[in-house]
Structure formats: structure tokens, C-alpha cells
Write a protein that binds this ligand. Sequence first.
Ligand SMILES: O=C(O)CCC(=O)C(=O)O
Ligand SMILES: [Mn+2]
Length: 197
Amino acid sequence: MSLPDGMLYQLPQFLSVDDAGNLLTNLTEALAWQQHRLWLFGRERLTPRLCAWYGDADARYAYSGQALDPLPWTASLEDLRQRIEATLACRFNSVLANLYRDGADSMGWHSDDEASLGPEPVIASLSLGDTRRLVLKHRRRADLASVDIPLAAGSLLVMAGRLQTHWRHCVPKTRRPVGPRINLTFRLITPVAARIP
Ligand SMILES: O=C(O)CCC(=O)C(=O)O
Ligand SMILES: [Mn+2]
């Protein structure tokens, strides 16, 4: 999909329906899900979803006022990382997993624009479970309509270019009855020691 000020593309059937279903079951049980705390508007809140952070040992992630130490890769996450790296010819050293337990779970408006991701991060987002709605809105251009992307199980969405500088995105709550949904966002974090202060 061609967007002004950013790149977005999708491989709708990166995983088969069966593989996506098996992975949903496996990851729901196997990952160390937690409700992270984040600072928002000067108050500490719990994220309205469960999260888990996996990656290489040096891929520490500073995010909404907290530093997350990655857990070591599980076999299935490492296998996915390698498949996605081979498909996209990109390198990733970490993955943020999000579990939306039902329609009341969500992700607020944000950009993945932390300095540790660099100015033009490539973020590969794999979807499992019931279809999720990702909504994107340009930060400044009110003339551009928001973009609504249904993400079905097995789809791989890639965000790249200047997308995180110019656009924000969210996963709204839904009143529709939905089962659990997992999203894995593969990222390349610059290790703290390699960062220029
Ligand atoms: O669930 C989604 O597709 C959104 C995930 C996301 O934006 C993030 O992890 O930064
Ligand atoms: Mn994001």
C-alpha cells in the first residue's frame, strides 16, 4: 500500500490458517505474558493487553518510561524470526508480543519512534487469532483520511520508511465478540552500548 510519508506492505498469507492456529495456541500457553506498566500523562497505568518481550540479550528496550530486558528467544519465536528475516532480507533482534484477550483489550495511539529503533525502522508485524483492526492516522495532514487495515491470522504487515515519524497507529477496542488475538512485532533495537549519547 502506498502512503504519503511512509511505507506499509502486507503479505496476507505469510502463514497458513493451520500454522497460524497452532502458533496461537502454542504462544498463548508458552510465552511469559505480563501486564506491563506504562507512564501516560504523568500517571502510571497498566497496559490494556498482555505483553512479552523476547530478543537477543543486548536488545534492551526503553519504552514509555520503562526499560525492558528481553527474555531469551523461544524455539518457535526464533524459527519465526529466521523465516521473516529470510523473506524480507532484514535483520531483527527482538520481538514485542501483544495478547489482546478480548474486544476490551486495545493499544492506544502511538508511533514506534524511540531513538533505539533508528529513524526509519522496519517493523514486521505478524497476526494470529481473530482479525484485528489497525488504524493509522497522519500526524499533521488533516486532509488525509485515516487508514483502516484488517489484519487476519497469518498476515505479515511491514511498516517501514518514515512511517513512524509521520503516522500514528492504534488497535481500538471492539464490541464485536472476538476471541484472543496475538500480534508479534519484530524489531531491530540498537544495543545500549552501541548508542551515541
Ligand atoms: O497489534 C497491533 O497490530 C499493534 C501493535 C503495535 O503497534 C506495537 O506493538 O507497537
Ligand atoms: Mn506500534
